[in-house]
Ligand binder design. Structure first.
Ligand code: GDP
Ligand code: MG
Length: 366
């Protein structure tokens, strides 16, 4: 949905903007002014009146994520936990995070973070802390394909609920494999068999019933079965053969960002391709900057980050929204150019008048 500014168009065709506007008025677009933009269809019709055709020669940004899946080195899976409210998403994430923070990164400052990476005996696994499918949906609507595996958590004392079904639908639509975690097995009223029957009705048939779905039995509270769950995620990743190029400029997705009084913009990003270094020039949405510092989610300073690594990035000149892509560019000049192009594109979109396009108007007249 490109848009063309009236003033630009007049300039390009070498006609006065007022003439162009009068022509548009004559064609029925009564409320257009020099401050507006028109959609491409409208621009084509008007240009034809002046004997011109419209050609798209605009600056095109590279599609830099999504094309890499079969290339490069094996990488850790990125996992999102989904499920019905109170089935234990937060408890499970907390359990995984605590055991890891206590074990590996003592001395680090633990704070609220949007993503973290844990080491299992079978390999590393990355968790994105966006519990709930709204966040999953928001990310996806921005075009961010971050999740490789969904962990569907189902409470053993409650079973499949409406939100469980929605989560299954979301995962299927995104073509993301599901690993089931039946949670709260420590509770006396838990009934794993009943839940497995319910899951079967949703098309999730466990391996022990001849199906293909990995179903782990866990207690997020006591930690029972959690290691097995983590290991099955690492195994699933091996099956998926997740890969990413480790060389070249980094690219990835913003998980969350905020402006901190002392540290400036702190963006938690997931590196998905290439290697991110301190000192790199990064562009994300309409923001850019030189990477001043990189930290693990536990607060440890690092010099670089490879694919499937979440890091806190300091140095952006503003906070890009979650789900936006980031990428490294060659120079500050390139960064400025991309940012100003994006701002321009947004302004143009914002200045397009709402209502039917000229083509729609003409069609409806007939
Ligand atoms: P969420 O809404 O999915 O994030 O669910 P929470 O993690 O907030 O858990 C909801 C409630 O269930 C809390 O009171 C938890 O302490 C409890 N809970 C979560 N996992 C377990 C478990 O494995 N066993 C027991 N007994 N309680 C659990
Ligand atoms: Mg929760």
């Amino acid at each position: 949905d490109e848009a063309i500014q009236i003033s630009d168009m007049a300039h390009q065709m070498g006609v006065k903007a007022s003439r162009l506007i009068r022509t548009l008025w004559g064609m029925g677009m009564r409320n257009i002014t020099i401050n507006n933009a028109v959609d491409v269809e409208t621009a084509e019709l008007v240009a034809a009146e002046f004997g011109y055709t419209i050609e798209n020669v605009s600056f095109q940004e590279d599609e830099f994520i999504g094309a890499y899946e079969d290339e490069g080195e094996l990488r850790a899976p990125v996992v999102t936990i989904m499920g019905h409210v109170d089935h234990g998403k937060t408890t499970l994430l907390d359990h995984i995070r605590k055991s890891q923070v206590a074990g590996g990164e003592a001395g680090g400052i633990t704070q609220h973070i949007g993503a973290y990476r844990v080491e299992t005996d079978q390999g590393p696994v990355v968790f994105i802390d966006t519990p709930g499918h709204e966040a999953f949906g928001a990310m996806r609507s921005r075009g961010a394909a971050v999740t490789d595996i969904v962990v569907l958590i189902v409470a053993a004392d409650d079973g499949v609920m409406p939100t469980t079904r929605e989560a299954i639908a979301h995962a299927k639509e995104a073509e993301v494999p599901i690993v089931v975690a039946i949670n709260k097995i420590d509770k006396p009223d838990s009934n794993v068999g009943r839940v497995e029957q319910m899951l079967m009705k949703e098309g999730l048939v466990g391996e022990k019933f001849g199906g293909e779905t990995t179903i782990a039995h866990i207690s997020a509270k006591t930690g029972e079965g959690v290691n097995e769950l983590l290991e099955s995620l690492a195994v699933q990743a091996e099956v998926l053969e997740l890969r990413a190029p480790v060389e070249g400029p980094a690219a990835g997705t913003v998980i969350e960002s905020r402006v901190d009084k002392g540290r400036g913009t702190v963006a938690t990003v997931l590196v998905q391709a290439g290697e991110l270094h301190k000192g790199d020039i990064v562009v994300a949405n309409e923001f850019s900057g030189k990477v001043r510092g990189l930290y693990t989610p536990a607060g440890k300073k690092v010099k670089n980050a490879l694919p499937s690594t979440p890091v806190e990035l300091l140095g952006l000149d503003g906070a890009p929204p979650a789900g936006e892509r980031f990428h490294v560019v060659d120079s500050e000049k390139d960064a400025r150019q991309i940012v100003s192009h994006r701002r321009e594109q947004r302004r143009r979109k914002e200045s397009v008048l709402s209502g039917p396009s000229l083509l729609e108007r003409i069609k409806s007249k007939k």
